[in-house]
Design a protein around this ligand. Structure first.
Ligand code: SF4
Ligand code: SF4
Length: 103
């Protein structure tokens, strides 16, 4: 389980560096990177933190996935999770954070 960082989208704000509970993300040349991706346990904190949707959770076979990627975008209390399948098709799920205790 791991994340993937799109260095083209990364603006080097550093928010993901501070949010990772394992201290796994660093800035290198003002872009985020994860030198030891095998240590990531997929908590998705950095995915939700990145306002540029530059971090994706990789949904590999170890998660029962087929290689898709999941990114997140926030607007007020709404969290939009976009799943992009390996064939490029995408689906977005919306979760209202005020309802998070329902799940
Ligand atoms: S939060 Fe996103 S934009 Fe900011 S440093 Fe991390 S990957 Fe780059
Ligand atoms: S998913 Fe969690 S553990 Fe993995 S790099 Fe992001 S914040 Fe760290």
């Amino acid at each position: 389980m791991s994340i993937e960082i799109d260095r083209e989208k990364c603006v080097g704000c550093g928010s993901c560096v501070g949010i990772c509970p394992g201290g796994l993300i660093r800035l290198d040349d003002e872009k985020a990177c994860i030198p030891q991706p095998e240590r990531c346990w997929g908590c998705a904190s950095c995915v939700k933190e990145c306002s540029e949707e530059a971090i994706a959770l990789f949904l590999g076979e170890d998660m029962g996935g087929l290689g898709g990627r999941m990114t997140a975008r926030q607007e007020d209390t709404l969290l939009f999770w976009t799943l992009t399948r390996p064939d490029g098709t995408a689906q977005t799920l919306t979760v209202d954070r005020r309802d998070s205790n329902k799940y």
